[in-house]
Design a protein around this ligand. Structure first.
Ligand SMILES: [Fe+2]
Length: 374
C-alpha cells in the first residue's frame, strides 16, 4: 500500500465517538468528530486491484458512520454505507459482501435481528458480522452470540482494534469462499455424473432434502443434518470412474461389472477426502451401500457399525430409486415401495427403525416428501 496512506492515517484519532451527545460534550464539530485524512491528489485513490474487501457499514448516526467509512476507505476497503437495518439487509441480499459492521440500536430492525436474518439465509450465513454496541452487559453479549454475531466492538470504537478485527475477519471470509468454491466444484462434478443418466435426474437434490427431513425426524443434530445435505449431492461422486457401459447398462450387471460399480463408494471417499470440511461426510459416502446383516459393500459392516447418517442416506436412497422410473420398470407407488422395503428389512438388509420413521414421515407430511420425490 502506498506509504502516504499510513502517514495520513497517523492524524486520525484513535477513537471513533459513538453519539452526537458524546461528541458535542467533547466540543467537536457535529459533522466531523476528528480531522478526516483525505488521500492526496496524486494517485491516492486505491486502485480496484488493491481493494482488500467489501464492507457493509450500518449505523443511523452519521457522526459514527462517516468516520468509519472514511477510515475503511483509506485502508483500501470498498464500503457500502447505510442508515438502518432494513437497508443493510437489502444490500447484503443484492451484492457480495465480505464483512458487515452493524450498529445494535438502529431505527427499525435492530442489529441483533439483522444479524440473525443474515445468519439464517444460506447465501449470506458465512458473511462475518461484527456488532458495534454501546451496551457492555453480559446479557447483550449473549443476545449477540445467539443472533450469530462473529465479534463485538464496544463504542467508542478504537481505530486500531477496528482495523485489526476487520483484517482478520475479511481474511477468514476469503478462506470460507475458497472452501465454498471447492465444495461447489465437487457438487458440480456430482451433478454432471447424475446428468449422464436420464433416469437419475434430480436424484441428488431430492436425496439431499429427504435425508435432512428423516434426520430431523429422528432427532439428529444440525451438524449431522448438514453432513447429510451435502452427502445427498456427492454420495455417488465415485461413479465418475465407472465406465458408461456399466453405469448406463439397462439390464442387470454381471459379476465383473458389479465389482466395478461397487468401487464407486471407495473412489468417492477418495475424491472428497482432501476436503477437511467433508470429514463427517466421508463415512456416508463409503458406507451408503452397507447392509444390516453384513452382506453390503465395501466393508461388510453390520448393524450399528454402519453410522446412523449412512443408514439414513441409504433409507431415502432406496425409497427414491423405488419410486422413480428405471429403464427396466416404471416408478412404484409409495405403498408398493414401502412394502418392498419392509420385506428387505425382514431379510436383514435395512434399519427397521429408520424405515418406520420414513413411513411416519410419509404419513405425517406426505406433501413434503412427495415434493422431495417428484
Ligand atoms: Fe451409491
Amino acid at each position: 500500500m502506498p506509504s502516504h496512506l499510513d502517514t495520513s492515517l497517523a492524524c486520525v484519532e484513535d477513537v471513533i465517538p459513538f453519539n452526537r451527545k458524546q461528541q458535542n460534550d467533547r466540543g467537536r464539530e457535529p459533522s466531523s468528530p476528528f480531522p478526516i485524512a483525505r488521500p492526496s491528489k496524486r494517485g491516492s485513490v486505491p486502485s480496484i486491484t488493491s481493494l482488500k474487501g467489501i464492507i457493509l457499514v450500518a449505523d443511523d448516526d452519521e457522526n459514527v458512520r462517516e468516520p468509519l467509512v472514511e477510515l475503511l476507505r483509506l485502508n483500501c476497503y470498498r464500503v457500502i454505507a447505510v442508515e438502518n437495518g432494513e437497508q443493510a439487509f437489502k444490500e447484503i441480499c443484492s451484492q457480495p459482501v465480505d464483512l458487515v459492521l452493524l450498529d445494535v440500536m438502529m431505527p427499525g430492525p435492530t442489529g441483533f435481528s439483522v444479524c440473525r436474518a443474515i445468519k439464517i439465509r444460506p447465501e449470506t450465513r458465512f458473511v462475518p458480522v461484527v456488532l458495534i454496541t454501546g451496551l457492555a452487559s453480559a446479557e447483550d453479549r449473549i443476545r449477540g452470540i445467539e443472533a450469530g454475531a462473529d465479534d463485538f466492538l464496544l463504542k467508542p470504537v478504537k481505530k486500531e482494534e477496528l482495523l485489526a478485527r476487520v483484517r482478520s475477519l475479511v481474511r477468514l471470509k476469503r478462506y470460507t469462499d475458497e472452501l465454498e468454491n471447492a465444495e461447489t466444484v465437487l457438487c458440480t462434478l456430482a451433478r454432471s455424473i447424475e446428468a449422464k443418466d436420464p433416469y437419475t435426474e434430480g436424484h441428488c437434490d431430492r436425496l439431499s432434502r429427504s435425508a435432512v427431513s428423516l434426520a430431523e425426524k429422528v432427532g439428529l443434530s444440525r451438524e449431522d443434518c448438514n453432513d447429510l445435505r451435502r452427502s445427498g449431492i456427492v454420495h455417488d461422486i465415485g461413479k465418475v470412474a465407472v465406465p458408461e457401459f456399466v453405469l448406463l447398462k439397462p439390464g442387470p450387471l454381471d459379476a465383473a461389472e458389479r465389482k466395478i460399480m461397487e468401487e464407486h463408494t471407495i473412489i468417492g471417499e477418495r475424491i472428497c477426502a482432501p476436503m477437511k470440511s467433508f470429514h463427517n461426510v466421508l463415512p456416508i459416502i463409503r458406507w451408503h451401500h452397507e447392509k444390516q446383516d453384513g452382506s453390503g459393500y465395501p466393508d461388510h459392516l453390520k448393524g450399528e457399525e454402519i453410522p446412523i447418517t449412512a443408514r439414513i442416506l441409504q433409507t431415502v436412497d432406496i425409497y427414491d430409486s423405488l419410486t422413480t422410473d428405471r429403464p427396466y420398470r416404471k416408478a412404484l407407488s409409495q405403498e408398493k415401495a414401502l412394502e418392498i422395503m419392509w420385506e428387505e428389512t425382514r431379510r436383514g438388509w435395512w434399519d427397521a427403525d429408520l424405515v418406520s420413521a420414513l413411513e411416519g414421515l410419509l404419513t405425517e407430511s406426505p406433501l413434503e416428501l412427495a415434493a422431495a420425490s417428484v
